[in-house]
Design a protein around this ligand. Structure first.
Ligand code: RP5
Length: 167
């Protein structure tokens, strides 16, 4: 029986499934209405030649879809996740709960926001200990992409071990 701290080691079968050909950055937004706010991130990644994908998946409206995406992203070769959401912005936190990849949250402002996006900012920043989410400014998707690029630049040291929780 392995000690509890050893359970993060992936079984051999999972490591063999690692697909290095997938996009390096996975971007999620909680709603179609969030898409425009992520344009600066897409432009930044495009300019830097960093492969990426963008999906609309809501933590509240499609929690199973978010769980499925987040828990399989690392096996598909994704190395950093960016999640943008507004209002009760649970998406980045839920993604971080299902993946060991670094997660960058982008609080988004919408017409229904409280205090110009303060609601989403607090929802993303106030993660419980043990489930980290990096957070950029409200509508700061360009910084999220730049931060993702800097994380990727550390590449050599990044452990490619999918967690058992994520499988
Ligand atoms: C959040 O609720 C989304 O991220 C979006 O910012 C906000 C409003 O969503 P819609 O009602 O426009 O779909 O979950």
């Amino acid at each position: 029986m392995p000690a509890e701290h050893e359970t993060q080691t992936a079984p051999v079968g999972l490591l063999e499934e690692l697909d290095e050909s997938g996009p390096l950055v996975g971007i999620l937004v909680g709603s179609e209405s969030d898409l425009e706010a992520m344009d600066p991130a897409l432009a930044e990644l495009r300019e830097r030649g960093i492969s990426h994908e963008l999906k609309v998946l809501s933590a509240h409206r499609n929690p199973r879809g978010v769980a499925e995406y987040a828990s399989t992203a690392q096996l598909r070769g994704v190395r950093v996740l960016i999640a943008g959401a507004g209002m009760a912005a649970a998406l980045p936190g839920v993604v971080a709960a299902y993946s060991d990849l670094p997660v960058i949250g982008v609080p988004l402002r919408s017409s229904k926001s409280v205090a110009d996006g303060l609601d989403a900012l607090l929802a993303i920043v106030q993660m419980p200990p043990g489930v980290p989410v990096a957070c950029v400014s409200v509508d700061g998707s360009r910084n999220a992409a730049i931060l993702a690029a800097r994380i990727l630049a550390q590449g050599g040291g990044y452990p490619q071990t999918p967690s058992l929780e994520s499988s």
